[in-house]
Design a protein around this ligand. Sequence first.
Ligand code: CP
Ligand code: NVA
Length: 307
Amino acid sequence: MLENKKDFLDTVDFSKQTLLKIIELGSRMKKNKAKYSSALKNKKLGLIFEKSSTRTRVSFEAGIYELGGIAMFLSSRDIQIGRGEPIKDTAKILSRYLDAVMIRTFKQEDVEEFSKEASIPVINGLTDLLHPCQAMADFQTILEKKGRIEEIRLAFIGDGHNMANSLGLLASALGAHFSFASPKNYEISPEIKQKILEKAKASGSQVLFSNDPSEAVKDADIVYTDVWTSMDQEKEKLERLSHFQGFQVNEELVRNAKKDFHFMHCLPAHRGEEVSAGIMDGPHSIVVDQAENRLHVQKAILALLMK
Ligand code: CP
Ligand code: NVA
């Protein structure tokens, strides 16, 4: 349980204090792997994937193993959910076999329905709306690299989809500044904007929503981007390629950022689209470190929920 909640579906469900506690435990687990090797001895974690994954799948599988438990990979191509078995039936049945479930799917409402019907902890491994585990790993990484989170300026250049939403919500909850730039018609939704603004008001973080990437990147400590075409948007790929011209994170754009800025990307990345190869593979890039931290922060989430 975390703050009396059995699930980890969205960072907005938790206080700043709890979110920092998770990040700090993730850092301790990273430094002292052996200490936690029996923390979830013999516990079983199901991993339901309705979309592809490299990092999420492998980091959760490796993570539960490092805590003494085991993972079961449940692709929707193989389990009956992919043939239309109702979520509520799957959630109830899996609750009788397993100790927790992580789900990657399309609609946030489906994860919420699963969590309502399941008696075991449910973790959001990405929906179209949110990617909270990635955002947690990202702020663990920012803390490691910058020594603090408050007043760090994170600029996100891309669309108002799962990554921008989760980063904006977490940045504003933790007191980091958040600047966002997208082309017109790819903005963060009014509902999520409202939540970000409410969090920012409480924490004192500054927020900017723009259609100008240079304005968003100005004085940024972190320049973050994500793919222009997310999973299940493939049919929009050509029009997105054209609408996002001018939004590539490249050597020219980052001239507006702080000199010691870090480049971040949740991955997978497309060099030559949302980011130039020079920035992706250059000295400012910390994308491999942030991917590694998926493992550590998710181990903290698992341990705190499943204990
Ligand atoms: N960043 C991330 O979630 O990667 P995968 O899609 O490979 O899991
Ligand atoms: N926005 C991307 C994130 C992948 C981790 C997607 O949904 O495909």
